[in-house]
Write a protein that binds this ligand. Structure first.
Ligand code: AHG
Ligand code: MN
Ligand code: MN
Length: 350
């Protein structure tokens, strides 16, 4: 006898959810759904490795240094190869680009090319892998702008406003996939017993009253005066707001996820600690842009301190950007302090 009791009706998979929201996407052909499924599958594989990392000899470093001039952790390498090899043959993509690879990765001739572009940070929060602190995967999906053939750099250097989908997978106390296709933000939790991501957080909106601010205070001496003043404001000084707690775990995905659900602002400002990285550490294409799309879809905001992140025209694959993201009023307040104290600060050159 068919019943409508809650435990039989609330099994909403990513596929069913996208199908139901696809009613907004008359032009959608289901390919985008399949790309999200490919990413979800990669997430399940990576999750299975991260939960056994200590047993499976995949903690620690490889011998490689990547284009970011950072040592590649074994799990970076595993996540990067998992996402690449699960997507390269699908016929849905024209090219991919990864934080871990210097150049654009066009689909090779032996496979069909599709009309989408996938940009990704395969494993975010690498410095935390060996300490069992939550880490994540971040992704952005665009339609190609070149007419045909293997995708090109120009297909990857689109402003964030052109994104058709974005999301992240967080490997924490549970594994969650959070995504948007421009119709709200929705969270799915992996049920390991059935191996499916099931809808657990429909229509996520950032709470209007923030609880946290997230920044690496260890670098305060390297910030501009405006950012230092903004930080004092968040700490309740000089007429600032009271009651915010500082939470910073050093995994962008985990810090962003907590602020998305609880309300707050995360920022990684431009700093003077490394002359090679005057715009801070975070990358525009596969960290700031996808999270900015999610933040705006959840009623929040994201800027580089002056310009909305999604309006920045990328010039290079791995360009860095300062990032202020979370409650829109707190993001806007950062711009007020930066404009007031750092007048010489031009919009970060894209
Ligand atoms: P990734 O592991 O992909 O290189 O990203 C790490 C980033 C981000 O996750 C986090 O917000 C930031 O590094 C932390 O940097 P600091 O250790 O300089 O605070
Ligand atoms: Mn990262
Ligand atoms: Mn990474």
């Amino acid at each position: 006898m068919i019943s409508n009791t809650p435990d039989h009706t609330n099994i909403i998979t990513i596929e069913r959810h996208i199908f139901e929201t696809q009613l907004y996407h008359p032009e959608a052909t289901g390919v985008l759904t399949n790309i999200l499924y490919d990413i979800a599958l990669a997430g399940k594989v990576i999750a299975s490795k991260t939960t056994r990392a200590g047993l499976a000899e995949i903690l620690g470093r490889t011998e490689q240094v990547n284009v970011q001039d950072e040592v590649v952790m074994k799990l970076d390498d595993l996540a990067n190869n998992t996402i690449y090899h699960l997507n390269i043959h699908s016929g849905r993509l024209a090219a991919m680009a990864s934080e871990e690879d210097p150049e654009v990765m066009p689909i090779p001739d032996r496979y069909p090319t599709g009309k989408y572009i996938l940009l990704y940070d395969p494993l975010d929060g690498s410095s935390n892998i060996d300490f069992n602190i939550p880490i994540g995967t971040i992704f952005a999906v665009y339609r190609r702008v070149t007419p045909e053939g293997p995708g090109q750099l120009v297909d990857c250097l689109q402003p964030g406003r052109n994104m058709v989908a974005a999301g992240y997978i967080i490997y924490g106390s549970s594994t969650m996939l959070v995504y948007t296709t421009g119709h709200g933000v929705h969270g799915f939790t992996l049920d390991p017993s059935v191996g499916e991501f099931l809808l657990s957080h429909p229509n996520i909106t950032i709470p209007t009253s923030p609880k946290y601010f997230s920044v690496n205070l260890g670098y305060e001496m390297y910030w501009s005066k405006g950012v230092q003043k903004y930080t004092s404001y968040l700490q309740g000084e000089e007429g600032g707001i009271h009651g915010l707690s500082l939470r910073y775990v050093g995994s962008l995905v985990a810090d962003f996820h907590r602020n998305l659900l609880a309300g707050g602002v995360f920022y990684y400002p431009a700093d003077r600690k490394d002359p090679q990285k005057p715009h801070g550490k975070l990358r525009l294409l596969y960290e700031a842009n996808p999270l900015a799309f999610l933040a705006e879809q959840a009623g929040g905001g994201a800027s580089d301190g002056v310009t909305p992140i999604l309006d920045i025209k990328p010039q290079s694959l791995h360009q860095r950007t300062p990032l202020f993201i979370g409650n829109k009023d707190l993001v806007d307040k950062a711009a007020d302090y930066i404009n007031q104290y750092d007048r010489q600060l031009e919009a970060v050159p894209a």
